[in-house]
Write a new protein. Structure first.
Lengths: 330, 335
């Protein structure tokens, strides 16, 4: 049984100019101990779909899903109170901006022990010991002393380590890391990623890494889900995805990696992710796709089989060549 | 911390001098002659006028009078009332507890209602409660205090007879007032019903005096909360699975308190100024009424000294607010 199973998740935001669909029919399946990435540009809805799972979206958001099960429990039917017992204990999340994600008014120790107090039956003494242990686990030197530090006394990397300590406090089954290294220095980025993957393995928890950095994906995760404009456009094990991307968007993302560049200029994907007012009629990627034709621009693309990475495309690529022959079947 | 306090105390000096100049000049700018007012309808003979004028030092140039006043200040002498012949400081501290009692009750009421109201409004932004509350706050803020006070007196004192019209306690009761705080003294006196009477006398003045600070605190709390509720650390708190009461009431509110504490501090100044109107309407024997009476009598020394003491209290309150910032948000402590 999968640890997390989400079917057809959609998130709509009520805005002053009408409804905006940020997540459009996304499926996510995570097995216990799994390590997957959700990849996409800014605005592709990858954070929003995970925030929807956590119940952290503002009230302007409407979340719908055909299925949203965690560890055998239907999250959709749970009361807010019952859901809060899962959130922060079995599913926890770390965020993009570690410096602003810690509350400036409270010590690091307070913020770690608060979770322990809420979700565990540890007494005061045990919570203190556990907090020291957690800081040690995430590689913060002199942990007993650092518990009394306020967030402004920590660097960005240290703050993210403290956030990880909070997230791990109750030994979650699933950790969602929302661009955990984006705001950090490059050298620190590698350290934090290493820490996360190490902890993921030793603790045996599942982890979803949200990122826009294909380089990070390549060296960290096992499975990749690519999102574009709120839709999942492809999902494959990491080696297969890098070897043979089936969706033109994935292919374009990979081609834009500096280490894959062959010519003088770095290839880019022209244009931007469609917003509220310029949503194309057919395939959402068609305006930016190198292979798009009239059919792509008018007809919503089908979901391809597992062998083709579940690509959401009329003409999935095989070895970089679009399979136009499928047109006949339409 | 100590050097911070010392630096802040140094900035007191120019403000303090400014207040002495303004209070000295202000009362003398108002037309009217204290000697003629003191003499009343009967008037005073030119010889007696000259004699009194010399006695009070009015015959000397203004700058000399000011220097003499400053000289007195440095020796801790705030002067003596022309009317009662008592030292200004003695009068001030005899009346100040009444004002302080009323102000404390008012600020407590304003804080106790204003902060929760602001938090609830912010959390329910745009919904009915928020809009009803902010409209009420705007009305409260715009209401002329004297009119509001009269309205309450008409309804609750004359109409329903629930509360007394004026004074601090019913005339039935008579006891020593060692602390000057009627609530405490009435309890100490052990007289039956005295405490209740003191409370009933406090209700309307407290409501009237609290109205504006309450509106300001509620609005400030709401806007500070709205800003903070969008912060990442509030999301972190919710991601821990904390209950909304703890997320909003602890994680968010603690951060939103800085601007709120600022307006509470500023409100103390407004309260002492607002007390002048409120005390006059309810015949509350505090420094507000004392100041108004002294202005009418052109009791120069009392007005000067009273203003200076009030200003000093306001300055001390503001200093305390600055110190409090560091306790609320440790990030500020370093500055």
């Amino acid at each position: 049984m999968p640890l997390l199973e989400i079917r057809n998740l959609s998130v709509d935001f009520a805005t002053a100019s009408g409804r905006f669909r940020a997540v459009d029919g996304v499926d996510v399946t995570v097995e216990p101990g799994d390590l997957m990435a959700i990849v996409g540009e800014s605005g592709s809805g990858k954070s929003v779909s995970m925030l929807a799972l956590m119940g952290l979206l503002p009230w302007t958001a409407t979340v719908t899903a055909d299925k949203m099960e965690f560890d055998g429990q239907d999250l959709r039917s749970l009361s807010a109170r019952a859901k809060r017992q899962i959130i922060g204990r079995d599913i926890s999340m770390i965020f993009q901006e570690p410096m602003s994600s810690l509350n400036p008014c409270f010590t690091v120790g307070f913020q770690i022990k608060e979770s322990l107090k809420l979700h565990t039956s540890l007494d005061r003494r045990q919570r203190q010991d556990r907090a020291v242990e957690l800081l040690e686990l995430v590689g913060i030197p002199d942990p007993a002393k650092r518990l009394n530090a306020f967030p402004h006394q920590l660097s960005g990397g240290m703050s993210q380590r403290a956030m990880i300590a909070i997230a791990l406090a109750c030994q979650p089954k699933l950790l969602i890391a929302d661009e955990p290294t984006t705001a950090l220095d490059v050298t620190i980025q590698a350290q934090i990623l290493e820490l996360l993957t190490g902890l993921q393995q030793t603790a045996g928890m599942a982890m979803i890494l949200i990122t826009h950095d294909m380089g990070v994906v390549a060296e960290t995760v096992r499975r990749v889900s690519v999102q574009y404009a709120g839709q999942k456009v492809e999902e494959q094990p990491v080696e297969d995805l890098f070897d043979d991307p089936h969706h033109p968007y994935t292919a374009a993302l990979l081609a834009a990696l500096p280490e894959r560049a062959t010519g003088k200029h770095l290839p880019t994907i022209k244009g931007v992710v469609p917003g509220q007012f310029d949503r194309p009629q057919g395939c959402l990627f068609s305006p930016r796709c190198a292979f798009a034709d009239e059919r792509c621009r008018t007809i919503v693309p089908p979901r391809q089989p597992q062998a083709l990475g579940q690509a959401l495309c009329h003409y999935p690529l095989i070895d970089g060549v679009p399979q136009k022959s499928q047109e006949v079947t339409a | 911390m100590l050097s911070f306090l010392f630096r802040r105390l140094l900035t007191f000096l120019p403000t303090f001098f400014g207040v002495t100049v303004v209070s000295f000049a202000f009362i003398r700018l108002i037309p009217g002659d204290p000697i003629l007012l003191l003499a009343g309808e009967r008037g005073v003979s030119p010889e007696r006028y000259k004699e009194l004028s010399e006695q009070m030092g009015f015959d000397r140039p203004l700058w000399a009078q000011y220097l003499e006043y400053l000289g007195g200040l440095f020796q801790g002498d705030l002067g003596t009332s022309f009317v009662t012949k008592k030292p200004v400081v003695t009068e001030f501290f005899a009346l100040f507890p009444a004002t302080l009692e009323l102000s404390i009750c008012a600020i407590l009421l304003a804080v106790a209602l204003g902060i929760p109201a602001g938090v609830i409004a912010a959390v329910n932004r745009g919904k009915f409660f928020d809009q009803a509350l902010m409209t009420t706050a705007l009305i409260g803020y715009s209401m002329p205090i004297f009119w509001w006070a009269l309205l309450l007196i008409i309804v609750f004192s004359s109409g329903l007879g629930w509360t007394p019209v004026s004074g601090r306690i019913s005339l039935m009761y008579f006891f020593d007032t060692p602390t000057g705080f009627m609530l405490i003294d009435s309890l100490l006196s052990g007289q039956k019903g005295a405490f209740l009477s003191a409370v009933r006398h406090l209700i309307l003045p407290t409501i009237v005096l609290a109205t504006i600070p309450l509106a300001v605190i509620a609005r400030q709390t709401r806007s500070a909360m709205l800003e903070v509720l969008g912060e990442d650390y509030v999301r972190t708190a919710r991601a821990k699975g904390l209950a909304p009461l703890r997320v909003n009431g602890l994680h968010a509110l603690r951060n939103a308190m800085i601007p709120v504490v600022t307006v509470i501090g500023l409100s103390v100044g407004t309260l002492l100024a607002g007390a002048i109107l409120t005390e006059t309407i309810f015949s509350w024997p505090g420094i507000g009424k004392w100041m108004v009476d002294s202005i009418f009598r052109r009791d120069y020394q009392v007005v000067q000294g009273g203003l200076l003491l009030i200003a000093t209290i306001v300055m001390i309150v503001n200093l305390s607010v600055d110190v409090l910032y560091g306790f609320i948000n440790p990030k500020i402590r370093k500055g």
